[in-house]
Design a binder for this molecule. Sequence first.
Ligand SMILES: Nc1ncnc2c1ncn2[C@@H]1O[C@H](COP(=O)(O)OP(=O)(O)OP(=O)(O)O)[C@@H](O)[C@H]1O
Length: 245
Amino acid sequence: MSASNLIVAADISVSYGEHEVLKNVSLCCGSGSWVGVLGANGCGKSTLLRAITGQVPFKEGDISINGVSLSLDPVRAKSQFGYALDSSELPKELTGLQFLELMASIRNALPNDLSDRLIKAFHVEPWLNETIGRYSYGTRKKIGILGALIGNPSVLVLDESINGLDPMSAWHLKQVMDELVREGSKTVIMATHAIDVVYEFCSDALLLHGGAIVRSWHLPDIKNAGITQRQFEAEVMGIMSEASV
Ligand SMILES: Nc1ncnc2c1ncn2[C@@H]1O[C@H](COP(=O)(O)OP(=O)(O)OP(=O)(O)O)[C@@H](O)[C@H]1O
């Protein structure tokens, strides 16, 4: 990964009560990287993203976002990323437009070309003056993604954001994320079960199991070595089934 690390997690552990979900996890995501977090249901992918976004406390270690420590300066650290809110976390009583305006006011930002482009590409314009509670699952996902992009943050955190989008919207989202990371100044971290998307678009992949990162890949290296998507998928499945024994 790149020398300029926008997300650094050093030796963090996260528990819900007595249940320890992440154990001494460390990772670095450099600028210009798109990191896919893979793993079986319940392995802790969302928990890792919640720790990175300061929504669950971690024990030991630290997390820094764009060089700002979440423990020492949580407000400034949280201003460094855009997090695509889960459809269940969105304020149902606000219209889509009010939600986007709220995000813009929190981030002291104006709507930018990118949000305008995605609003059109996602075909959400007709919904912007409706309350979010009336949206379909996919439309709520789209508004969450649009909210994350407001203010042009250096770090984008996506939790299963492609899941539930119609194919055209998913295609636009992948293109936009690809363009953003290729510009070189951003990093995207994305929890997903879509191994095909990880193979095609991500620069790096991590596999979580048993509360730990059990394997990581730099995708350009494996592609240069001639490993196909099917072989990559088979390798991931092999490790997941071995790890489950
Ligand atoms: N708020 C919570 N309180 C208690 N336990 C929780 C909470 N959130 C998650 N867990 C537990 O933590 C573990 C990891 O959950 P998490 O949602 O991070 O997994 P995941 O890898 O994102 O799963 P999925 O692929 O199904 O989305 C699970 O055992 C889950 O039951």
